[in-house]
Design a protein around this ligand. Structure first.
Ligand code: ADP
Ligand code: MG
Length: 203
């Protein structure tokens, strides 16, 4: 069974005027795949990703994640699903500012109800995997853009999600830091079989 199955998906925004966004989209993504969604700014990439991440709803059509639709879950179950099965990475990093690398990465474990004694160990392992152990106790505001995005990746991976959604993760980075981030995604997919959907406006 496909991890993600999208059938005749449509999205129209209504805010005074109707803005058709997605029109009759169908595709499947299997566990272990690395999918890139490419297109210029305004080509509804984020709109699609918000629906896939249960952050928004389609207007028409069906979206199955792991065989179920958003309506099969209560709001509490959706929060849990997003915490445990999905990892999110955004262009703007979305780290807590006056908070250390370690605390940022530990946060999803707290929400997931993982014991305090385990949290440090798991977070350190995830931080090591993105090469940031030397920055463990730095506040996120003391990091370069590339380092911030690597912290965001460690945080997204901490609960071993079924899928990583990355929305233009290199959009705010210079090309060298962007390449390091892309290399991490490639390694995660090749070596760990991590399923990844990557949005990019680069061609
Ligand atoms: P991308 O991520 O490819 O740059 P978006 O999915 O963010 O594109 O947006 C695509 C288009 O959808 C926008 O140009 C806008 O017209 C419309 N759109 C996005 N979000 C909203 C919204 N909340 N309300 C109305 N229209 C929106
Ligand atoms: Mg976007």
């Amino acid at each position: 069974m496909a991890l993600i199955s999208v059938k005749n998906l449509e999205k129209t925004y209504y805010d005074g005027v109707q803005t058709p966004a997605l029109k009759d989209i169908s595709f499947e993504i299997k566990q272990g795949e690395f999918t890139a969604i490419m297109g210029p700014s305004g080509s509804v990439k984020s709109t699609l990703l918000h629906i896939l991440g249960f952050l928004d709803r389609q207007t028409k059509g069906q979206y199955f994640f792991d065989g179920k639709t958003i309506d099969d879950y209560s709001p509490k179950e959706i929060a849990r699903l997003r915490n445990k099965k999905m990892g999110f990475i955004f262009q703007s990093f979305n780290l807590l500012a006056r908070t250390t690398v370690l605390e940022n990465v530990k946060l999803p474990l707290l929400y997931a109800g993982v014991k305090e004694s385990l949290r440090n160990k798991m977070a350190q392992k995830a931080i090591e995997a993105v090469g940031l152990l030397p920055r463990l106790h730095h506040e996120s505001s003391q990091l370069s853009g590339g380092e911030k995005q690597r912290v965001a990746i460690a945080r997204a991976l901490i609960n071993k999600p079924n899928i990583i959604f990355a929305d233009e993760p290199t959009g705010n980075l210079d090309s060298a830091s962007g390449q390091i981030v892309m290399d991490i995604f490639e390694r995660l997919n090749k070596e760990e079989g991590q399923t990844i959907i990557l949005i990019t406006h680069e061609t």
